[in-house]
Design a protein around this ligand. Structure first.
Ligand code: PLP
Length: 394
């Protein structure tokens, strides 16, 4: 824990550098480091808070909730899931859901529950850097497997090669942070078939953890497949941090679909994790989610932001992965050393996260959940950076 706390993530290092510069009065800074939405939370959130405060007793608002959360809130979420993903043979209900402190809480509780010390959890590089903490905290190994070049889709054969008798889970994240890739139904089918085969061969449950903070943020009519439809032993970790712009409120959930092996035992294990590590969603925000579970994510806002920055950068000449979802750009660095490139970008006031923290080389990540003006006003700085290098050096 000391190492996690003392060793800062690349994202935090940049964030703190930018805060320090801003305090010194420097204004030519474009902070693209962190995925902290500037898009305001929907009005309904404010209304839900005001209504809750006006109509409920202090104890109803602030009292303890059960470790899985208030039943009425879980019912509201289950109704929403059934509307979007349910069919006759498969319905979700409140006893499949556990309310958590964001996706981070959901992932921590899940990994704490399903693993024994010394087991492996596979992540697909480039991956969300915090996965390492969530895995290593339980004395497990974070095993990174590269995604396919160009498309950044899972490389199922490479995942298969990485699976061994101590593998407990594979984490996927679609739409993906940092590449914006939305996994195709074909690749999920292939992944599910392979995992099923491996479960049989090794005679153990291998979970597919579907980490979904960006589930709704998909563009251009892309469909983000519903992962439990592909693989029975899927556990979904969801977050309202991005869809409702509420990251500081810590709101998310775990869905244990009825198809999961030993569903009730796993659910009880997750309740144990909620007790032990307190990854429970706060009670006021639970009341808010109950009223806001059906509100759509602000996709149009993010589509517009993507347009500004994607075209702005590609017009200059940058090699950028066009994101089909989420709100990040994965940019090939102008020199191979991503840290050196990020440092040079910083000299131009541009805060871009180097890819090594994501388990990958020679890229930087730009988060475009900021204001439109930040995106458009940064383009001259990107041009100056390009001119400084004279374009790609590799
Ligand atoms: N997983 C991914 C891929 C993320 O990008 C994030 C946050 O940026 C999280 C999990 C954690 O999200 P939360 O704020 O819900 O804890």
């Amino acid at each position: 824990m000391y190492e996690f706390g003392a060793g800062k993530s690349a994202i935090r290092v940049l964030f703190e550098k930018s805060m320090a510069l801003q305090q010194q009065g420097v204004t030519d800074i474009w902070d693209f480091s962190i995925g902290d939405p500037y898009v305001p939370a929907p009005d309904e959130v404010q209304e839900a808070i005001e209504d809750t405060m006006a109509t409920m007793t202090s104890h109803e608002i602030h009292g303890y909730t059960a470790n899985n959360g208030l039943p009425s809130v879980r019912r509201a979420i289950a109704r929403n899931l059934n509307k979007r993903f349910g069919h006759e043979s498969r319905r979700y209900d409140e006893d499949d859901l556990i309310l958590t402190a964001g996706a981070a809480g959901a992932l921590s509780a899940t990994i704490a529950t399903i693993t024994n010390a010394g087991e492996d959890v596979i992540v697909l590089a480039p991956y969300f850097p915090e996965y390492r903490m969530y895995i290593q905290a339980w004395h497990c190994h974070c095993v990174a497997v590269d995604t396919q070049p160009v498309t950044f889709q899972p490389d199922v054969e490479a995942i298969e090669r990485a699976i061994c008798p101590t593998t407990r889970a594979v984490i996927i994240d679609t739409p993906n942070n940092p590449t914006g890739a939305v996994y195709t139904p074909e690749v999920l089918e292939e992944l599910a078939d392979m995992l099923r085969q491996k479960e049989k061969e090794l005679d153990r449950t291998i979970y597919l953890i579907s980490d979904e903070p960006y589930r709704e943020i998909v563009y251009d009519g892309h469909e983000n497949p519903w992962v439990p439809d592909f693989y029975e032993d899927t556990i979904v970790c969801y977050s309202y941090s991005k869809s409702l712009s509420l990251p500081g409120e810590r709101a998310g959930y775990i869905l244990v679909p009825p198809s999961v092996t030993n569903h009730d035992r796993l659910y009880d294990g997750l309740l144990g994790a909620q007790r032990a590590i307190n990854t429970i969603m706060g009670s006021l925000v639970q009341r808010v989610i109950e009223r806001c579970a059906d509100i759509p994510a602000p996709i149009e806002e993010y589509r517009r932001k993507r347009h500004i920055i994607y075209h702005g950068l590609t017009d200059i000449g940058y090699d950028v992965v066009r994101p089909d979802g989420a709100f990040y750009l994965w940019i090939r660095a102008l020199e191979q050393d991503e840290q050196a490139f990020s440092d040079r970008a910083f000299e131009h006031g541009l805060l871009l996260v180097p890819s090594d923290d994501f388990g990958s080389d020679s890229y930087v990540r730009l988060s475009y959940c900021c204001e439109d003006e930040t995106l458009s006003s940064s383009l001259p700085a990107f041009q100056a950076l390009w001119d400084d290098y004279g374009g790609y050096r590799w």
